[in-house]
Design a protein. Structure first.
Length: 228
């Protein structure tokens, strides 16, 4: 009987120790999530391209569908995902810098931002009905007035953007870095000397090329719309 008691006591002690080990192991594994250390912002300018053009254009609402924002590590091809998307970015030209996404990425130096101006696809599901009007699928939609007459311009083009910036954004665990995407939406309708009529299909290719070319990027930790 004594041997059984000793054996039983040993088993109970072993079980207690195992339970304590498991409990402590679970307790040690609970780690508070680290805060995001990088932001992506957008800044759309208010100024018209030229005051002395023969045509006038006023932009009331600008929306762009974007996906797959990534930052590229300086000096190599490694990237860190910021936001997969797709998601809608409103480019109301109000001279303010607006954060569109943030993320926690590895510490390091980043000198390029990559993203796609994305034409809506069936697999994207319901995002914003403005990008699927009339059965079509679009990547950018603009409401405005050309020479006083209301228009809606819809782009059905996708475009991959790779924007380099100097100095690079240095991301670490103590401060939050910001990269601003600057967009000049009025340049979308500018042909070098005058505003193009957005309602003419003959201007669509030039407008779509201008949309792609209008994005710039820079480190902007103080969120003032000017590169640091």
């Amino acid at each position: 009987m004594k041997k059984r008691k000793v054996l039983f006591s040993g088993i109970m002690l072993f079980s207690a120790l195992c339970s304590l080990t498991i409990f402590n192991g679970c307790k040690d594994s609970v780690v508070s999530p680290a805060a995001d250390n990088v932001e992506i912002s957008v800044f759309s300018t208010t100024g018209l391209v030229a005051e002395n053009s023969s045509a006038t254009i006023v932009l009331d609402s600008i929306k762009v569908l974007i996906k797959d924002i990534k930052l590229n590590v300086s000096g190599n091809s490694d990237t860190s995902n910021i936001k997969t998307g797709p998601f809608v970015v409103s480019l109301n030209p109000n001279s303010s810098v607006n954060i569109i996404s943030s993320a926690l990425i590895p510490n390091g130096s980043y000198d390029r931002v990559k993203f796609e101006i994305h034409k809506l696809e069936d697999a994207d599901g319901a995002i914003d009905p403005i990008f699927s009007f009339g059965g079509g699928k679009y990547s950018a939609v603009v409401y405005g007035k050309y020479n006083g007459t209301a228009f809606i311009y819809r782009s059905d083009k996708s475009a991959k953007e790779i924007l380099s910036f100097t100095p690079p954004a240095v991301v670490n665990s103590t401060t939050k870095s910001n990269v601003t995407l600057k967009v000049q939406p009025y340049t979308w309708f500018w042909n070098g000397s005058d505003y193009m009529d957005p309602t003419l299909s003959s201007n669509a290719n030039n407008i779509d090329n201008n949309i792609k070319a209008s994005f710039k990027a820079f480190k902007d930790n103080d969120h003032n719309g000017i590169g640091d």
